[in-house]
Write a new protein. Structure first.
Length: 284
């Protein structure tokens, strides 16, 4: 009789879990328009459903033994040893979702691997890899699977959470006799032209983040800094940019800057040069 109850209960748990998952996914599809939020809620629900169903199945089959407490203790110890990594991965997923560490769509760096999160599964986080042999943080086309357990004891860098911008720099070397003020102003004008559209939104995000965290004041407008080298004056412009558009941003700024510099005679781009002297030693 107990066997029949356990089998019937197992079938019921699996069936009810499947139906509950289908109903909740349908609810999310029609009521949550934000794709990232939909994936986050879906992952959280499936994790809770998986754990709850697993507990019910253990309880159902434990009834077949006389000493249920002993069985559960031995089973728990065995599972903890044999399934250490999978259990850590499940715990990692719970920590990711409950702690809002990252979600689908975020750009993160975890264990020296960087990418855009495309899925947070029960055991693995999947990312679209960026960088590696492709410069300026653009995607390589490879999908990286990282165990969720990696979040324990490893720093997680999130490029887009709370404040969806990062600071970047473009550098411009000019000769010593160039018009320093004019070159600096050109960089500021082009940088301001690029950041004008989203600077107000970035400031709003920064103000919102200050309400949740103790964040110091930052200057979001482009700034130019000068460095003296043995060959030229190096101008570095610091500006905020969407981390997923960093290469497009630097391309826009360099094109605009070079176009304006070509229209002036008092600014010269510097480069390394080398003078060679050839001595012709005639035979005595």
């Amino acid at each position: 009789m107990d066997h029949r109850i356990a089998v019937f209960g197992t079938v019921s748990v699996v069936a009810l879990s499947t139906v509950a998952n289908y109903i909740y996914l349908s609810y999310l599809k029609w009521n949550v328009k934000d794709v990232s939020e939909r994936f986050r809620r879906q992952g959280a629900f499936q994790t809770v459903l998986f754990i709850f169903a697993g507990i019910l199945l253990v309880i159902l089959w434990a009834r077949l033994l006389e000493h249920t407490g002993t069985f559960l203790g031995i089973l728990g110890a065995g599972l903890a040893i044999a399934l250490r990594e999978p259990l850590l991965s499940i715990a990692g997923r719970v920590a990711i979702l409950a702690g809002h560490m990252y979600r689908v769509g975020d750009r993160i760096e975890l264990n020296k691997m960087t990418g855009d999160v495309i899925n947070v599964g029960v055991f693995y986080t999947r990312m679209m890899e960026i960088g590696n042999w492709i410069h300026a943080d653009q995607v390589t086309g490879r999908i990286v699977q990282i165990s969720n357990s990696q979040i324990f004891g490893t720093p997680v860098f999130n490029y887009t959470q709370n404040f969806s911008y990062i600071w970047d720099e473009v550098k411009l070397p000019i000769t010593y006799n160039s018009n320093l003020e004019a070159a600096s102003q050109i960089l500021l004008d082009v940088g301001g032209e690029y950041t004008r559209e989203f600077l107000q939104g970035a400031q709003a995000q920064l103000d919102a983040m200050r309400e949740a965290f103790l964040v110091p004041a930052f200057e979001l407008k482009p700034n130019v800094f000068m460095k003296v080298t043995s060959n030229w004056l190096e101008l570095s412009m610091r500006y905020v940019v969407d981390p997923k558009k960093r290469r497009n941003a630097s391309n826009f700024i360099y094109l605009g800057t070079l176009k304006r510099i070509r229209q002036r005679d008092d600014i010269q781009i510097a480069s390394e040069t080398m003078d060679l002297t050839v001595h012709n030693n005639k035979a005595a």
